[in-house]
Design a protein around this ligand. Structure first.
Ligand SMILES: CC(=O)Nc1ccn([C@@H]2O[C@H](CO)[C@@H](O)[C@H]2O)c(=O)n1
Length: 123
């Protein structure tokens, strides 16, 4: 067993935001706060458990829910009202949350991505 979690799940609808680099934080509760900066973590969709990216944890910082601000929303790639609504729904009883900052690592080459690489022109 790893000392620190080496996987994380995200709602499927957030995947495009993450892969585009628009979303580089996630806000979780204490139970999901035990990531260690510097470690690599495999990101999966919550609904279908598809691995979609490898990320590096950059920081884990405490955040009180009432301190959610525009800067967090921007780093989430979401509007502030949208983020606040989401957090209220996911963590209705939580006051103490954690901001997990991450960066997208180079993605492994898959058969599917190879097919999308344009063939080298002979001249
Ligand atoms: C078990 C599980 O997967 N839970 C969660 C919890 C949160 N999130 C996203 O993190 C940000 C802040 O909460 C928002 O963008 C959320 O939509 C997520 O994707 N998945």
């Amino acid at each position: 067993m790893a000392d620190y979690p080496d996987s994380i799940t995200f709602f499927e609808w957030l995947v495009p935001l993450i892969l585009a680099g628009d979303k580089h934080i996630t806000i979780r509760d204490y139970a999901e706060s035990h990531y260690r900066p510097g470690t690599r973590v495999m990101a999966y969709t919550l609904e279908t458990h598809q691995a979609f990216a490898e990320i590096e944890i950059l920081a884990v910082e405490p955040l009180f829910v009432e301190d959610l601000n525009e800067e967090h929303a921007q780093q989430e790639g979401l509007a502030l009202e949208q983020l606040q609504g989401l957090i209220r729904r996911i963590y209705p009883d939580q006051h103490q949350l954690f901001v997990i900052k991450f960066r997208l690592l180079e993605q492994p080459v898959t058969a599917e991505s190879v097919e999308t690489i344009a063939p080298i022109s002979p001249n």
